[in-house]
Design a protein around this ligand. Structure first.
Ligand code: ATP
Ligand code: MG
Length: 376
C-alpha cells in the first residue's frame, strides 16, 4: 500500500486531474502533475507542475524518480509514455488498458471480440472503406475519428456516400469508425473501481442526457428498471475483468428504444457522469482513484441522497462571469467551477449538483435552476 505522505503522479492537468489533486491532498498525498499547458487547472493546485509534453524524456524521468505511483486523467496519453513509466513505477490503469480505450477501432473490436453488444461499426482507414460500410449499415450512420474525440467532437452524422466522403475528408482523412446511428431511449453509465486484487466496487448507475454530443446532466437513482440497471453493472464489471483493469473506469451505455443495452465507449479514468459521487456518495470517484492507485481497498460506493449533476458550459459566459447568487442561495446545491481561464462555447467550465428527495423532483428543480442561469 502506498500511504499518505507519498507522492502521486498525474498525467494531464484538466478538471479531472484537478479533482484528483483535491482528493489526494485531502488524504495527505503530494501530487506532481504533468501537462504541457503552464496554466492547467490541475497543475495550478498541484505540489509540482511539470509543464512539458507527455513524451518529454526529462519530464518522464522526473516522474519516475519522484513519484510512488502514476495515473492519468485522460486516455490520449501516448502508450509509449505509460510503458516507459511502467518500467520503474506502478502505473494504474496500465498502458495496455489505456491503449485499448484510446482508439475507437481497438476499443470496439475488443468489445466485440469479448462478446459485448455495441452499435454496428466498421473501421474506416481510407475513404474507399466508406461505401461498403455504409451499405452494410444501411441507415443513418455516424462517422467518428478513432482517436482524440471528446464531447462529440470529431463526429458527423452521414446519410449517404457523398456526405460520408465529405465528412471523412473534413476530419483530415484520419482513421475513423463508421457506426450505426442508434434510436436511443436513454443513456446510462457505470463508474466502477477495480483493485489490484480484482475486487470490484460499482457506483449506482447514472442516467445520462446529452445535448449535441455533450453530457448535459446525470440523474441518480436512474428511473430505468432494475433489470436494465443490474445488467449495466454486470456488463461493466465483466468488461473490467476482461481487461484485468486496475483503477477507476466508466462504461457508457446506449439504452435503445427496443430495450437493448449496447456499450458505447469506456473511459479508463473517472468520468463526467461520475461527478455526482463527489457530493452524493460516501466516497467520491476521485478519492476512489487515489485508493485504487495506492493499492488501498475501495471506499464505500453507497449513495447518500438522490442527486442530479448538471454541466455548466462556457456558452453562458457571453456577458462575463455569470451571476451565481440564485444557484448558491439554494441550500441543496453544490457548485463546482474548474478554474479554467477562458470560457468557450461548449467548453465544460464546471457543474452543479442538486441533492433532494427523488430523481423526478430533482430533475424539475435542476431544470429550473439551469434556466435561471444566463442564456447563451
Ligand atoms: P465523451 O468522450 O465526451 O463521452 P465522445 O466524443 O467520445 O464523448 P461519444 O460518447 O461517442 O463521443 O458520443 C457522444 C454522444 O453522442 C453519445 O453519448 C450519444 O448521445 C451520441 N451518440 C454517439 N454515438 C451515437 C450513435 N451511434 N447513435 C446515437 N447517438 C450517438
Ligand atoms: Mg461518450
Amino acid at each position: 500500500m502506498i500511504l499518505p505522505g507519498k507522492t502521486l503522479g498525474m498525467l494531464g492537468g484538466g478538471q479531472l486531474g484537478r479533482m484528483f489533486v483535491m482528493a489526494a491532498h485531502a488524504m495527505g498525498y503530494h501530487v506532481i502533475v504533468l501537462d504541457p499547458d503552464p496554466d492547467s487547472p490541475a497543475g495550478r493546485i498541484a505540489d509540482e507542475h511539470i509543464h512539458a509534453s507527455y513524451s518529454d524524456q526529462w519530464a518522464l524521468e522526473q516522474l519516475m524518480n519522484n513519484c510512488d505511483a502514476v495515473t492519468t486523467e485522460f486516455e490520449n496519453i501516448p502508450a509509449s509514455t505509460l510503458k516507459k513509466l511502467e518500467q520503474s513505477v506502478p502505473v494504474r490503469p496500465s498502458s495496455a488498458a489505456v491503449e485499448i480505450a484510446q482508439n475507437r477501432i481497438v476499443e470496439k473490436t475488443f468489445l466485440a471480440d469479448n462478446g459485448f453488444e455495441t452499435a454496428r461499426f466498421f473501421p474506416i482507414y481510407d475513404k474507399d472503406d466508406l461505401d461498403f460500410a455504409l451499405t452494410q449499415i444501411g441507415t443513418t450512420a455516424i462517422l467518428k475519428v478513432a482517436s482524440f474525440g471528446y464531447d462529440g467532437k470529431g463526429q458527423a452524422i452521414v446519410n449517404n456516400l457523398d456526405e460520408a466522403i465529405a465528412a471523412f475528408e473534413s476530419m483530415g482523412s484520419v482513421h475513423c469508425v463508421l457506426e450505426e446511428k442508434i434510436s436511443l431511449k436513454t443513456e446510462v453509465s457505470v463508474v466502477l473501481a477495480r483493485g489490484t486484487e480484482g475486487k470490484i466496487a460499482c457506483y449506482p448507475v447514472g442516467e445520462n442526457h446529452h445535448v449535441n454530443g455533450i453530457l448535459e446532466y446525470t440523474a441518480v437513482p436512474s428511473l430505468l428498471s432494475k433489470r436494465i440497471l443490474d445488467r449495466a453493472i454486470n456488463e461493466a464489471s465483466v468488461f473490467s475483468e476482461k481487461m484485468d483493469y486496475c483503477g477507476v473506469m466508466a462504461v457508457e451505455f446506449f439504452h435503445t428504444i427496443d430495450d437493448r443495452l449496447l456499450i458505447n465507449e469506456v473511459a479508463p479514468r473517472p468520468h463526467n457522469s461520475g461527478h455526482y459521487t463527489i457530493d452524493a456518495c460516501k466516497t467520491s470517484q476521485f478519492e476512489q482513484q487515489v485508493r485504487m492507485l495506492c493499492g488501498l481497498p475501495a471506499g464505500s460506493v453507497d449513495l447518500l441522497s438522490p442527486v442530479v449533476m448538471f454541466n455548466i458550459l462556457g456558452d453562458i459566459w457571453s456577458n462575463g462571469e455569470p451571476d451565481w447568487s440564485q444557484l448558491l442561495s439554494n441550500p441543496d446545491v453544490k457548485l463546482h467551477l474548474y478554474g479554467k481561464r477562458e470560457a468557450r462555447a461548449g467548453r465544460k467550465m464546471g457543474h452543479f449538483t442538486c441533492l433532494g428527495n427523488s430523481t423526478v423532483e430533482l430533475l424539475e428543480e435542476t431544470r429550473r435552476l439551469a434556466n435561471a442561469l444566463p442564456k447563451p
